[in-house]
Design a protein around this ligand. Structure first.
Ligand SMILES: Cc1cc2nc3c(=O)[nH]c(=O)nc-3n(C[C@H](O)[C@H](O)[C@H](O)COP(=O)(O)OP(=O)(O)OC[C@H]3O[C@@H](n4cnc5c(N)ncnc54)[C@H](O)[C@@H]3O)c2cc1C
Length: 399
């Protein structure tokens, strides 16, 4: 039984509220402190919750609420640059469909669920520093306020302040060389069915798209770009400018060309630099520990960012529930998670390299892919280790 009375969680993005809900299930109270004055309404693109992430949410009792705001996707299709299907896969046998969800909807829904479960979210509190004593930890915020507790969890995203407080020399995000964009186009009906996510390796750039039951087509793509621009920096440049560049990148591809032609500047979603964080040496120090993108951001190419964040939140709660000594609990958490998250990150880095391949290499890959899928590349081999991961909430974690 845990002796922890209060946990301070820094960041109310995705990992923050999930960690708070998992801790609550473990009988541990927490308060979330978020830098921004409100939840991120309307900001960001779409995220995929894979079966492993959905299962982690089921363990803490919020699966239904999250599935209610998502769109189930049970089929993945890989197309060539002219929209011709190269291959398709259904999910793993016995697995539920993935859910595509808007990041802002997920952020809002998780914040509401936390509040309904008597978890306080204090907005407008940007963590700047901490002080620690043998008895506890105090967080100091940019507005001059402070809060004290037994443990401080950094769920503060890829540019984590807590990570830098744990280790000033900690890894910083690596730019993948790609900027992320998306768009909504009315009634394009490209895919023809709403349970399928399409991925196309175009001549210049990668494009993904899916149709919604309401008849919209949503697309997302990566534009190779020399300099890393944050979402705010990229949004400061007019959408019309980006549309010109995107239309040029997709000029020879279908359906990319058609989708870009129909995208109006107001419907362009600018996500900014695709970044990843592959290896963080120190996951914890004293009473501080990291969760979510703050410690493992595998790049959006993995389709696993949110799902890994949910898994880690649940595993951290189990460790704090079962192991009274904090150092031992954090070590057990890292032992349960490090190998898995670094494997996913390495796989996503490989996908990013494929996205930036020159046309000849892409053509060769497209030629070989159907053969590979007919022979050795089964859905189980491709997704089994990622999508099939399950956590046993009731099993006791040993130090
Ligand atoms: C506004 C926004 C939009 C996003 N859009 C996309 C997208 O379109 N596609 C995609 O793949 N991923 C997107 N992401 C990232 C995605 O949410 C994460 O990869 C993933 O869900 C893991 O979530 P996380 O909670 O660990 O990190 P995040 O979702 O980044 O949440 C971290 C939270 O911590 C807060 N925070 C940061 N520093 C401090 C501080 N010092 N003190 C207090 N609070 C702090 C942030 O404001 C944020 O709310 C977005 C993130 C944000 C913040």
């Amino acid at each position: 039984m845990s002796k922890i009375k209060k946990v301070l969680i820094i960041g109310s993005g995705i990992a923050g509220p999930i960690t708070a809900l998992a801790l609550r299930k473990a009988g541990i109270a927490s308060t979330i402190y978020e830098a921004y004055p409100t939840s991120a309404d309307g900001i960001g693109g779409a995220l995929t919750l894979a079966p492993n992430g959905l299962d982690a949410l089921r363990l803490i009792g919020v699966h239904k609420e999250v599935a209610a705001i998502g769109q189930p996707i049970s089929r993945m299709v890989i197309d060539n640059s002219q929209g011709k299907q190269l291959c398709e896969f259904n999910g793993l046998d016995g697995s539920e469909p993935s859910q595509v969800v808007w990041r802002s909807d997920l952020n809002g829904a998780l914040a509401d669920l936390a509040t309904k479960n008597a978890i306080d979210i204090v907005y407008g509190r940007r963590l700047v520093s901490v002080s620690e004593t043998p008895a506890g930890i105090t967080a100091y915020f940019a507005d001059g306020s402070s809060a004290s507790g037994d443990v401080l969890i950094g769920a503060d995203g890829i540019r984590s302040t807590v990570r830098a407080l744990i280790d000033p020399d900690a890894a910083t995000p690596e730019y993948t060389g790609l900027l992320g964009f998306g768009g909504r186009v009315p009634a394009a009906g490209v895919a023809g069915r709403s349970d399928s996510m399409h991925f196309a390796f175009g001549k210049e750039a990668f494009l993904g798209h899916w149709d919604t039951p309401e008849g919209e087509t949503i697309w997302f793509g990566n534009l190779p770009h020399e300099t890393a621009l944050t979402a705010a920096q990229a949004r400061a440049i007019p959408s019309a400018h980006w549309l010109v560049q995107l239309r040029a990148a997709y000029a020879d591809d279908q359906p990319g060309c058609a989708l870009l032609a129909r995208t109006v500047p107001e419907q362009l979603i600018i996500v900014g630099a695709a970044e990843m964080l592959s290896k963080v040496e120190h996951w914890s120090k004293g009473r501080m520990v990291l969760v979510g993108d703050a410690v493992h951001a595998p790049s959006s190419s993995s389709g696993q960012g949110v799902s890994l964040a949910a898994e880690s939140a649940v595993e951290l709660a189990r460790c704090l529930r079962d192991i009274p000594d904090l150092g031992s609990a954090f070590a057990a958490y890292e032992r349960l998670r490090r190998h898995r998250v670094e494997t996913v990150a390495a796989s996503a880095a490989k996908t990013n390299r494929n996205k930036k391949q020159r046309p000849v290499a892409k053509a060769l890959m497209q030629l070989l892919l159907p053969l590979a899928l007919k022979t050795f590349l089964t859905p189980d081999k491709m997704f089994g280790a990622f999508h099939g991961h399950r956590i046993d909430w009731d099993a006791s974690v040993k130090a």
